[in-house]
Design a protein around this ligand. Structure first.
Ligand code: ADP
Ligand code: MG
Length: 332
């Protein structure tokens, strides 16, 4: 049974950045305003992830890493209108099946923090640890996750991930994108053994301000604002004008608060720009979309975060129109 769970976990957790993404989304759901990531070997050895969110009640620690344990869905109707992505209650379980996981958490109303060790979806028995599990300790409001030895029990997967610099970059890239979508959250990333941040964003007042702080002020002067509003979806965003380009494409596509791989939208926007930009030149595209959750199917591949959405063609066309209109008004 553990083997089957481990295989399932390997579909959700592909690399250290997948762990960070799941933890990020949980922290944002928990109203965190400050998220600090510290990594050893690009997260392959250790991911320390700290938030200042609402914390987890000690009574909930017991089942925290049980598959399908979620506090975000209490009735059947919720299932029909999930506003967040992913298989519910799958993330922490998956992480615990492929790593050694320590959770330290404290609620604002509590005098203590609690620390718990998990393995294979369960609390490690306290007689094996020689200490109570969970155990009381001192702490501050919020939750800290320590994920160690990722894929220690999946040797093939572990061996295929051997470039810790690359894993580090994936994580920074993810944090850069989320910090645009969540300007009121401060994000940081550093090496565990270092005190110097490799990435830091303060809390700022707007998405445009965070684009400036993360991707550079110069970029913000080349952006066009796009957007549209319908009864079933709406979006806002910023895209580069046709006289400006990047050497690498940047697509920050968020749906209902989550960064997703939206291949068809990406392809459509990319072909629009390729007809306007010189060779090997690419746009920056940030789209923040809200879609009526009844029209979204979230039960698709959990890690790739592809979505199935009713009337997708119509949405893609709408976004293209909005970008096209802005580009033609400002070019020439
Ligand atoms: P899901 O996000 O789908 O509910 P997860 O496995 O990601 O499932 O998380 C399980 C539960 O653990 C969440 O529903 C939430 O109650 C709690 N949780 C996880 N991370 C945090 C956090 N950073 N702060 C507070 N609660 C959290
Ligand atoms: Mg989650």
């Amino acid at each position: 049974k553990d083997v089957a769970n481990r295989i399932a976990a390997g579909e959700v957790i592909l690399r250290p950045a997948s762990v960070v993404k799941e933890l990020l989304e949980n922290s944002i759901d928990a109203q965190a305003t400050r998220i600090e990531v510290s990594l050893l070997d690009g997260g392959l050895k250790t991911i320390k992830f700290k938030d200042d969110g609402e914390g987890i009640h000690p009574d909930d620690l017991n089942l925290l890493c049980e598959r399908f344990a979620t506090s975000k869905m209490t009735k059947y109707e919720d299932l029909l209108s999930i506003s967040t992505f992913g298989f519910r209650g799958e993330a922490l379980a998956s992480i615990s099946f492929v790593s050694h996981l320590t959770v330290t958490t404290m609620k604002e109303t509590s005098d203590f923090a609690y620390q718990a060790y998990f393995e294979n979806g369960q609390l490690v028995p306290s007689d094996r640890l020689g200490t109570p599990n969970p155990k009381k300790c001192s702490g501050v409001k919020g939750t800290t996750f320590i994920v160690e030895d990722l894929f220690y029990n999946c040797p093939l997967r572990r061996r295929s991930l051997n470039n810790s610099k690359e894993e580090y970059r994936f994580i920074i890239d993810l944090l850069m994108k989320y910090s645009v979508r969540y300007p009121s959250v401060s994000f940081s990333c550093k090496r565990l053994e270092s005190t110097k941040y490799d990435f830091f964003t303060p809390c700022v007042e707007s998405e445009l301000a965070s684009i400036g702080s993360v991707y550079g002020k110069e970029l913000t002067e080349e952006l066009l604002e796009v957007g549209a509003f319908t009864t079933t979806f709406s979006f806002r965003g910023y895209v580069t004008n046709a006289n400006y380009s990047l050497r690498r494409p940047q697509y920050l596509l968020f749906v209902n608060g989550r960064l997703i791989e939206w291949q068809s939208l990406k392809r459509a926007i990319s072909s629009l720009y390729s007809s306007l930009l010189p060779k090997s030149s690419y746009p920056f595209v940030y789209i923040n979309m809200a879609i009526d959750s009844h029209r979204l199917d979230v039960n698709v591949h959990p890690a790739k975060r592809q979505i199935y959405v009713l009337d997708e063609d119509n949405i893609v066309e709408n976004v293209l129109h909005s970008i096209e209109a802005k580009l033609s008004r400002t070019s020439s």
